[in-house]
Write a protein that binds this ligand. Structure first.
Ligand SMILES: Cc1cc2nc3c(=O)[nH]c(=O)nc-3n(C[C@H](O)[C@H](O)[C@H](O)COP(=O)(O)OP(=O)(O)OC[C@H]3O[C@@H](n4cnc5c(N)ncnc54)[C@H](O)[C@@H]3O)c2cc1C
Ligand code: FES
Ligand code: FES
Length: 512
């Protein structure tokens, strides 16, 4: 075990060195209460409103360039910044020297009370940096998707979107990366983080951030009681809202092997020539969904509706799967795709079908000292029809009432394999075994879809909660199977997306 050392990161043009602060101090608390950078605001303290948006920069794998991503400072713990760069609204232009993002917000009247504005400016800066790097401009809809994690109560989104377009009209002015690269290279020479300080309630608390997978596995085995923290988009809320103590913490985010997406040739589910995506547990949700939807484009809407970009930039696929919420959206997609989960303790690995990982409400198959190393997702075999549907009270950035990912493999119109995975219908994300059995081996026709929808009653006894009633869940889940048939039938399939909210919005616009 290495000696304890300070948390070190690049902020305001220099290397910062932090000791003595509780390990679960959030980046937002650090900014407002210790660094006296009060431009970053606190709205919800749970990743929902975007008022606290900051940019975090990291060196790429070969140590040559810095990627900047917008995240919610309210649910990032300070030790997670170790080795990285932090940018806030104070790093944009000053009051007499507005940068293109700020100037466009002014020119387009994109701010009224101004409380949300620093958060918007930071997300817009992230968009600006990304597009300037490749010489592109976002479509208006892409801007709206990128801003889905920033809420504004009083200005209205039209002027903000106008500003998002206008900011590209000014002469380019991006964040200078050279000093950041230099600073991050210095930080990369530090030993892996081992930080010790009294917790928020005064108990001793330690944080470790191993960098090699073998070091991580050994530490996890030696400290089975420690709390693993990946992106903290779930755990951050336990601390902020439930005031839970985490005890010792092991961060997963510095293990390079767990942040990789690899393609393994020749291992598809049907034993064909397809390949398998091996997604390391610490790959961010954004990168994981991007890789998944490249192979399975019909999951794109589920990707865009999974939380919001700042949450997806911090949160990981492994965290989502390990957390195992019955209303999580990652598990239905991966189970329908026939994914396997790779668990590791010390040097020993075991691989399970993902559906076998979930045992009961918030209980999974992890043994003490074990962790999720990766998820293996086979390429859907030829003949597969797959759709993902999310029902929630709000279109953007909301938790599912019901999430259904439905997959069929057809041969000559006959169902050879069915995988219907549902979230929100039981204590765990689960396959609809009865509905799958009803359709397997028969023609995929309307009668089959009606029979499958009816069989769901024997698969699930959903509950009523604040998101939806049991009867709403039963009815809509059955309807989603009917919709799946309409979208995948051989004759005149209904276009995917024709039932989307955007279709209704566009129809309304064209009528108006
Ligand atoms: C505003 C907001 C919106 C959200 N919207 C959605 C949504 O639409 N859909 C959805 O599904 N979720 C949503 N979430 C939940 C959350 O973002 C996801 O569950 C996320 O993937 C969690 O990943 P993380 O890396 O942040 O996990 P963490 O919070 O770091 O950890 C979560 C759990 O996983 C464990 N863990 C992490 N990594 C490992 C590992 N490698 N091995 C074993 N255990 C591990 C941790 O110990 C902890 O128990 C939302 C959250 C917020 C704040
Ligand atoms: S304060 Fe609302 S997202 Fe952080
Ligand atoms: S300007 Fe008031 S909340 Fe956006």
């Amino acid at each position: 075990m290495t000696e304890p050392r300070p948390i070190r990161f690049f902020h305001q043009g220099r290397l910062q060195s932090i000791t003595g602060l509780p390990p679960t101090t959030t980046v937002l608390q650090y900014l407002r209460e210790h660094a006296r950078c009060a431009g970053t605001k606190e709205g919800c303290a749970e990743g929902d409103c975007g008022a606290c948006t900051v940019l975090v920069g990291e060196l790429d794998a070969d140590g040559r360039a810095v990627g900047l991503r917008n995240v919610n400072a309210c649910i990032q713990f300070l030790p997670m910044l170790d080795g990285k760069a932090l940018f806030t609204v104070e790093d944009l232009g000053g009051s007499t020297d507005l940068n293109p993002v700020q100037q466009a917000l002014v020119d387009c009247h994109g701010s009224q009370c101004g409380f949300c504005t620093p958060g918007f400016a930071m997300t817009m800066q992230a968009i600006y940096e990304r597009h300037q790097a490749c010489g592109t401009r976002p479509e208006r809809q892409a801007l709206a998707d990128d801003l889905a994690g920033n809420l504004c109560r009083c200005t209205g989104y039209r002027p903000i979107l106008d500003a998002g377009e206008r900011m590209f009209d000014a002469p380019p002015r991006t964040i200078d990366r050279a000093p950041i690269v230099e600073a991050l290279r210095v930080l990369a020479e530090d030993p892996p983080l081992h930080y010790e300080a009294p917790s928020r309630t005064g108990s001793p608390q330690r944080v470790f951030a191993p960098r090699s997978i073998d070091g991580f596995a050994a530490l996890r085995e030696a400290m089975p009681q420690a709390r693993l923290v990946a992106g903290a988009t779930d755990v951050g809320l336990w601390v902020n809202k439930q005031h839970r103590e985490l005890g010792d913490v092991i961060l997963t985010g510095c293990v390079e092997e767990m942040r990789r997406i690899d393609t393994i040739a020749g291992q598809d589910a049907a034993g064909g020539n397809g390949s398998t995506l091996r997604i390391g547990a610490s790959v961010t949700l954004e990168d994981a969904w991007s890789a998944l939807t490249e192979r399975v484009p019909s999951l794109r809407e589920l990707w865009l509706r999974f939380a919001s970009p700042p949450v997806r930039h911090a949160g990981t696929l492994g965290g989502n799967i390990a957390n195992g919420s019955p209303i999580g959206d990652g598990a239905p997609a991966l189970i329908a795709l026939g994914a396997r989960i790779v668990l590791r303790r010390g040097a020993t690995r075991r691989t399970l079908p993902l559906e076998a990982f979930y045992l009961d409400y918030m209980k999974n198959a992890l043994e003490p000292g074990e962790f999720v190393e990766a998820l293996e997702v086979p390429t859907p075999p030829p003949g597969t029809r797959l759709r993902g549907y999310k029902l929630a009270k709000r279109y953007d950035s909301d938790i599912s009432a019901v999430c259904a990912v439905l997959s069929l493999r057809l041969e000559d119109g006959v169902v050879r394999d069915a995988r219907f995975a549902f979230g929100g219908m039981a204590a765990i994300v689960k396959r609809a075994a009865k509905a799958e059995a009803v359709v397997t081996g028969r023609a995929w026709d309307e009668a089959a879809s009606i029979a499958a929808a009816a069989a769901l009653k024997d698969d699930f006894k959903p509950m009523t909660d604040l998101r939806a009633s049991a009867s709403y869940r039963e009815r809509t889940a059955a309807n989603l199977i009917r919709r799946f048939w309409l979208e995948t039938r051989a004759n005149a399939p209904v276009a995917a997306g024709s039932a989307s909210v955007w279709q209704a919005v566009n129809l309304h616009r064209s009528v108006a």
